[in-house]
Design a binder for this molecule. Structure first.
Ligand code: DGL
Length: 279
């Protein structure tokens, strides 16, 4: 089983592409919707919540966890990997984030070595994208901007409204002057307004599909790590009805299913509420 963890519905925009690219596996998607948004929390809190979610999934027998939340990947991933895997010398479990594959793709795609990133305050404040991209190519300049109003607008399903376009335009005004050739959507929610963002940035700026990047990178990873790949339970059998996905959340199931289906592009059934506070 592959575990995909996010603070809420956002990671479903990534799960959508992972299940398309790798339909043969079984998945469990865990959304901590009782305690989100993570993008406005401190590092200490995000580490604590992420640790509980990862503990829960490992307890369930999950061998590979994708932290699909950028805020959690930025603020908590390194700490959690160190304390749960490296220090304990655990080799048969893995925790991967979304920053690394996206940074790698950005470094590959940029021609003028100017990359923009929009994300939550947690992610921009952590400087995680700047750090990851600098590890790959120190010559790339990274311009970041936090867009905190976009997550609530998208969750209110206001993505198509002119008010949202106006706010996105205001956030991106300065970014447009930086002459970036690629803009990274560094938050799980922003792909839902990708078209609007692309239109605002103009034809010269590429806005890559984040879900596709993460899914392809996971496929590559499994190819390079047969020992992990073999430990994952299969049974999806090319499933398109997503009956190979079990959904878990920590609050309000009907609301999660209603909004989540927009992110996933598929109805959500097979869902159970859990409590992470004991983990
Ligand atoms: N999933 C978060 C992210 O990608 C956005 C929602 C939140 O702040 O919890 O950063």
């Amino acid at each position: 089983m592959i575990g995909v963890f996010d603070s809420g519905v956002g990671g479903l925009s990534i799960l959508k592409y992972i299940t398309k690219e790798l339909p043969d596996y079984k998945y469990v998607y865990l959304a901590d919707n009782a305690r989100n948004p993570y993008g406005n929390h401190s590092q200490e809190t995000v580490v604590k919540y992420t640790r509980q979610a990862v503990n829960y999934l490992f307890d369930r027998g999950v061998k590979l966890i994708i932290v699909a939340c950028y805020s959690a990947s930025s603020l908590a991933l390194r700490t959690i990997q160190d304390e749960m895997l490296v220090k304990k010398n655990v080799k048969d479990r893995k925790i991967l984030g979304v920053l690394r594959p996206v940074a790698e793709e950005a470094a590959k795609l940029t021609k003028n070595k100017r990359v923009g990133v929009i994300a939550t305050r947690a992610t921009t404040g952590s400087k995680a994208f700047e750090t990851e991209i600098a590890k790959l190519d120190k010559g790339i300049r990274v311009f970041v901007k936090s867009c905190p109003l976009l997550v609530p607008l998208i969750e209110e399903q206001w993505g198509d409204k002119p008010e949202t376009r106006k706010i996105a335009k205001a956030y991106l005004r300065e970014m447009k002057s930086f002459n970036v050739d690629n803009l990274i959507l560094g938050c799980t929610h922003y792909p839902l307004i990708q078209k609007t963002i692309s239109q605002i940035m103009g034809k010269k700026v590429n806005v890559p599909n984040i879900g596709e990047i993460v899914a392809k990178s996971l496929k590559d990873y499994l190819g390079r790590h047969p020992e992990i790949e073999k430990s994952l339970s299969k049974g999806g059998a090319g499933n398109t009805a997503l009956s190979n996905v079990e959904f878990l959340n920590t609050d309000k199931i009907p609301e999660f299913c209603q909004l989540g289906s927009k992110f996933l592009g598929h109805p959500i059934t097979n869902i159970k509420k859990i409590d992470l506070s004991e983990y």
